[in-house]
Design a protein around this ligand. Structure first.
Ligand SMILES: [Zn+2]
Length: 534
């Protein structure tokens, strides 16, 4: 097995990928080497920037240099001793419609130059393609993939099986299933560049998730053309392990300065928000005064440092179990990214199924976006499938979340607990987990999280729905709600009342804001007593 997973968080993994030029760690960024114009020499990418792998284009090498890279070997030709991946010319097919090389030729060429990771000559679907033509690209890519295994001669190269289909998700699924059955070591999701250029990160989420859900999970997934650090966190969280970036160099040529929160025009900058070795000693004005060539090199190097730093932050976040928090922070760099992050709700069951749900640290819950967190889904599933209220519980007393946790140790609850008699089962209703039975409130992560207040509408609705669902699934004789209209409005009350009506359960409520503490206690005691005796 060439890929070994060491750490996981969400669908992200820190892994070891074994290539014939050495083992590299994922998530991994391959800077794109353009053999024609390269602003930073490949050797320096490893020695000065720590990039363990690069990617270059076998089609361009073949066209421009013919047999020279074969004679010298790719690593010597590039003057780079890390892992080298080659693309096959599929991108040129996307841009120019076709290439004047056959798949057999480009496969043989990649074997000849000694690529560590190589790609078959797939047919990229592209973005504005109708379904009929998209289906053709999927079928032709699959045909070529099958033919490839008849002609390949080397077994020490990791071969990439690209998944096509573009925005037609049923085709992406079909492509992923078929490619996953072939013995590729790595898969790649084709043609997302145009999707990203048009800021359709929401479509990208659908494409990645569809590919992920239909590919063998134990194989690494490469996201072609995803070179901007602003979206690394989202893509890594969804299980993309490998990326390539031509953007660092393309942006540099256009005087654009990357940050993990977006891109600035150098000419519009007064300050550098970065302390990389390039930015630390210069101002944007200094750099503007340079020759175009020097400026391009400066920006390319800065862009590489930013990409590397963001990947390091992501890896640390994976180790700390805080990738969700990191991804949510980045999601606020652009509305399109937040829109995409909101889409994760649609995939929460799959994310939960393949994510670790116990962490070293507590969770930060900011908004309803966090409802898609695997911990929230996991708790909901567990409560539904495995939890039964105590056998002697006659009345369900629903208490609103307290300011401190665990709930049962909070001052607000201590006062109320005086009114709690035998056969009364206390459950807290709280964001984001919904119903928390008192006896479970110290179980991770029910006390190990911080929630921003006031809650948004979707979060309140979610909790109200969880409460209603709990009432539906249990068999108390009566439900008593301590109603906190200040935090919850009327949602929880209405949900409880409806659920009880449907179930034929008695329902009472006490408004904790309308009555003084003493009155609440007296009223609560009275209600509990009355219902217990009935
Ligand atoms: Zn910098």
């Amino acid at each position: 097995m060439s890929f070994e997973v060491k750490e996981k968080d969400l669908l992200a993994r820190i892994g070891k990928l074994k290539t014939k030029s050495g083992t590299v760690e994922t998530p991994l960024l391959f800077p794109v080497i353009n053999p024609n114009i390269q602003p930073v020499p490949p050797r320096r990418l490893k020695e000065d920037f720590g990039f363990e792998a690069v990617i270059t284009n076998a089609y361009i090498l073949k066209k421009r240099f013919q047999n020279k890279p074969v004679e010298q070997g790719l690593h010597k030709f590039l003057d780079y001793d890390g892992a080298v991946m080659t693309d096959s010319g599929a991108y040129q097919i996307l841009v120019y419609g076709e290439v004047d090389v056959s798949q057999a030729e480009i496969v043989a060429y990649q074997e000849g130059i000694g690529s560590d990771i190589a790609t078959i000559l797939d047919i990229p679907t592209g973005w504005k393609v109708n379904k009929e033509n998209a289906a053709k690209t999927v079928a032709e890519t699959l045909r070529r993939a099958k033919a490839f295994f008849q002609t390949k001669t080397r077994s020490d190269i990791l071969w990439v099986g690209p998944v096509q289909g573009g925005r037609h998700l049923d085709l992406v699924a079909k492509s992923a299933v078929a490619m996953g059955k072939l013995p590729f070591q790595i898969h790649a999701l084709g043609s997302p560049t145009e999707v990203m250029e048009s800021y359709r990160f929401d479509v990208l989420v659908d494409m990645i998730m569809t590919a992920k859900m239909n590919l063998p999970l134990e194989r690494p997934l490469h996201l072609f053309g995803a070179g901007h650090p602003v979206m690394f966190a989202l893509a890594v969280a969804l299980g993309c392990d490998l990326f390539d970036s031509a953007a660092y160099a393309l942006y540099a040529r256009e005087n654009r300065y990357m940050t993990e929160n977006g891109t600035w025009r150098l000419s519009e900058m007064d300050y550098f928000p970065c302390q990389c070795p390039r930015c630390a000693r210069q101002t944007p004005q200094d750099v503007m005064a340079k020759t175009p060539k020097e400026r391009e090199t400066f920006l390319a190097e800065h862009n590489l440092y930013v990409c590397k730093a963001e990947l390091n932050r992501i890896k640390q976040a994976i180790r700390d179990g805080r990738l969700w928090e990191h991804m949510e922070m980045r999601a606020h760099a652009h509305p399109a990214l937040l829109t995409a992050t909101k889409k994760l709700t649609a995939y929460r069951d799959f994310i939960e199924k393949h994510s670790p749900t116990t962490k070293r640290s507590g969770l930060f819950f900011f908004t309803s976006v966090g409802l898609a967190r695997p911990e929230v889904t996991h708790y909901r599933h567990q409560l539904m499938a495995r939890y039964c209220p105590p056998a002697d519980a006659k009345i369900l007393l629903l208490v609103p979340q307290t300011h401190t946790k665990p709930f049962h140790k909070a001052q607000e609850f201590k006062k109320i607990s005086k009114a709690v008699a035998a056969n009364v089962h206390v459950c807290f209703y709280a964001a984001p987990f919904g119903v928390t039975p008192l006896e479970l409130d110290e179980v991770y992560p029910l006390s190990q999280h911080e929630t921003a207040l006031p809650l948004d509408k979707e979060t309140i609705s979610y909790v109200a729905a969880q409460v209603a669902d709990y009432i539906q699934r249990t068999h108390y004789a009566a439900v008593v709600l301590l109603h906190d209209p200040q935090l919850w409005g009327s949602s929880v009350k209405t949900a409880c009342s409806k659920a009880c009506q449907k179930k034929g359960t008695r329902f009472e409520q006490v408004d904790v804001k309308a009555e003084g503490t003493k009155n609440i206690l007296t009223r609560l005691e009275m209600i509990l007593k009355k219902n217990l005796s009935e």
